[in-house]
Design a protein around this ligand. Sequence first.
Ligand code: NDP
Ligand code: 2IT
Length: 447
Amino acid sequence: MKSNIEAFLDLVKERNGHEPEFLQAVEEVAETVIPYIVEHDIYYGKNILLRMVEPERVISFRVCWVDDAGEIQVNRGYRIQMNSAIGPYKGGLRFHPTVNMSILKFLAFEQVFKNSLTTLPMGGGKGGSDFDPKGKSDNEIMRFCHAFMSELFRHIGPNTDIPAGDIGVGAREIGFLFGMYKKLRNEFTGVLTGKGMSWGGSLIRPEATGYGNVYFAEKMLETKNNSFKGKDVVISGSGNVAQYAAEKVLQIGGKVLTLSDSSGYIYDADGIDAEKLAFVMELKNVKRGRISEYLESYPNAKFVKGKTPWEVKCDIALPCATQNELNEEDANMLLKNGCICVSEGANMPSTKEAITAFHKAKILFAPGKASNAGGVATSGLEMTQNSLRYKWSREEVDNKLKDIMADIHKSCLEYGKDDDGYVDYVKGANIAGFVKVADAMLAQGVV
Ligand code: NDP
Ligand code: 2IT
């Protein structure tokens, strides 16, 4: 006879067979949550997980815009409104040529659990476009964002669905999207988060995902009476999450050895210090250059083309670029080199096989839905400030972020401890995230 997990996954595969990333995210949750459901009568037999894997609504739309050469371009826009049991849909927008239904459904599904873990009242959603921002002028970005919002505006709102940034969507894009929303609705509301500081944004939101990931890793290390002090840290990516993860690691005494982008990684054996990080921020955020250009200013470093940084010996690894960027071979290399802690800043950067290797070796491993939740949590704090028409200080927001990351860590311990005392943070995050959403769904009936 098939197990409950197999039967469930067969059904999900039958319906979504062509969506590998979505199936990967669902499988990870099913394997940890179904045994919990089976043991708890209030959840058993209610098809709750089957309801949770079906988006409440999927919106797909055409985005037409004119490029600088006068050519008409056509892209696809999406918004997945996954689950609103505990609050309005909330989650980022990704602009990247790989964006499709599978990627966005995996991200939206993870978002539901992540948002539940933050302790704030936010449902889960995700959206974006297959638009490629690389090499586009500011005017092209603006025209695309305006065209994208000229359809999305009718599906979102400050009490309905509140998008934010993700890969390819940062402060510049949020500005253009907000401008068009405000014009079309004639309303100044907190409909997007990650806004600029002079027009409703929250202090610490730009830093929050990277900082939060490091706060979470600190909590994990504390359980082993350990810390970042004097540790070698390998980071992938060089965008928003990677930059602020690096900044926080430096502030608490770690040494950052690598950063990367989709072309390869840089390895600086002397460490990427605050001055070098400021250079990277200018290079990536203002000049919109490539990470390999780091060598033009710091020729002692090396650039390893076409590879990920997991082959560099380290104590702590922070994958902060994209999904499935760390596979089984990478995991084994990290373990062989003595890595004691992996904390995901990106969404689903480790493959299933890599996670199994970390668990087998019993090292500290945090899944993104727990460790990168600081970004959306601070988005939640931005929404609160918008509703209050008030602004908290940097210190107030940072303290709230720290408290939230500590609470998420506590929830993982509550639900993730194995019999031998090892903490399975994947199990902990999945079950803790599930319980709150499932309770709300049960209370609201079959809708
Ligand atoms: P950015 O667009 O700021 O940066 C993305 C970085 O990842 C870039 O360095 C980019 O390199 C690299 N990257 C993207 N795609 C690939 C790829 N296919 N292979 C290798 N490298 C790649 O995005 P963020 O920093 O905001 O997001 C990074 C990750 O963190 C994503 O998984 C995102 O979902 C997750 N996340 C983001 C949050 C946020 O608040 N921004 C919150 C929680 C999670 P290149 O320039 O070459 O494309
Ligand atoms: O994956 C994520 O949590 C994000 N991209 C941030 C979402 C948000 O609404 O701030």
